[in-house]
Design a protein around this ligand. Structure first.
Ligand code: PMV
Length: 313
């Protein structure tokens, strides 16, 4: 094939962010907002285009790839290495995900680019291998990265992250609303903030992390029982434990309370906190929750996407 489109989903963390850095479990699901990468065999070199910005990528340099398309550049290099050959390629990227908001947009770009370029070169790749290659891309660009975002983007559905690995869960039908504060933040800064609190109050912070671990374990049981009401309660508890760790903000708290007042079964910040997004479980009063959040932030409905990275069409 000389032209194809690959897509990969973004994610929300439903339970366990931050605690997962200290070895506790987490639950993450793929969402119905995706990144699409169209790849076409073309001349020499690698050209990438997104929203009217076009760039010829410089590949093969030493050190960290830089610039706006650094994830794309690292993913193309990784795909060429995996396939054992290279080609001239033109890439066009369309994203439904806000950036630096905790919804996994860089992982989705990396995974969709990997899949598009590998398939353009005629190479098959399993979701597990795609997750590994995606993780390498993130490590190369960021220096440190958890394997969570690229794993969920490659596999889709819902994953239980624990012990350095992950397990697939069968997701119940969840109707979620995401509220984006549009405050950009860096995950590494928030992880460092928790690390410093941990250093100063080790025993207290350890017991908060244990509590988050217990919430996540209980949530896993509720996922299997399909109980939205109890899952929502656990999301509420998880939010307040994250607040105790110092990663919420007045704006995130306000949105979480607005969602609950409008009838959400539960609501919490999602991802690193400090800005970024919150997520509400809104099975019964979906319209009301969406409306309440839309009046004070950029809000949108998402479902769990069973589909991971795929070739479209
Ligand atoms: O980058 P985000 O917003 O998806 O958050 C990452 C989740 C953390 O647990 C805070 C960090 C990590 O590497 O797991």
């Amino acid at each position: 094939m000389s032209m194809l489109t690959a897509s990969a989903p973004g994610k929300v963390i439903l339970f366990g962010e931050h605690a997962v850095v200290y070895g506790r479990p987490a639950i993450v699901c793929a969402i119905s907002r995706r990144v699409r990468v169209t790849a076409e065999l073309a001349g020499d070199g690698v050209v990438v285009e997104q929203r009217g910005v076009r760039q010829r990528l410089r590949l093969g340099g030493e050190g960290k790839p830089r610039g706006r398309f650094r994830y794309v550049a690292a993913a193309v290099e990784e795909a060429f290495r995996e396939a054992g050959r290279r080609t001239g390629v033109r890439l066009s990227i369309r994203s439904e995900l806000p950036e630096a908001a905790g919804l996994g947009s860089s992982a989705a770009v990396s995974v969709a680019t990997l899949l598009a370029v590998l398939r353009l070169l005629g190479a098959e790749v399993s979701p597990g291998r795609l997750a590994e290659l995606g993780h390498r891309v993130e490590l190369r660009v960021q220096g440190a990265a958890s394997p969570t975002d690229t794993a969920i983007s490659a596999h889709g559905g819902m994953l239980y992250i624990h012990g350095g690995g992950y397990e697939r869960l069968t997701p119940p039908e969840l109707r979620l609303v995401v509220g984006d504060t549009r405050v950009k933040r860096r995950t590494a800064d928030l992880v460092a903030r928790v690390r410093s609190l941990h250093r100063r109050h080790e025993r207290v912070v350890e017991s908060l992390l244990d509590a988050i671990g217990a919430v996540t374990l209980a949530a896993r049981g509720e996922v299997e029982r399909h109980s939205a009401r109890r899952l929502g309660e656990l999301m509420n508890i998880n939010h307040h434990l994250l607040e105790a760790l110092g990663v919420s903000t007045p704006e995130l708290n306000r949105l979480v309370h607005a969602a609950r007042a409008a009838g959400a079964e539960g609501a919490k910040l999602t991802g690193a906190g400090g800005g970024g997004c919150m997520v509400a479980l809104a099975q019964e009063r979906h319209g009301e929750v969406l409306e309440a959040l839309s009046s004070s932030c950029s809000a949108f409905s998402v479902e769990v996407s069973a589909e991971g990275a795929v070739i479209e069409g």
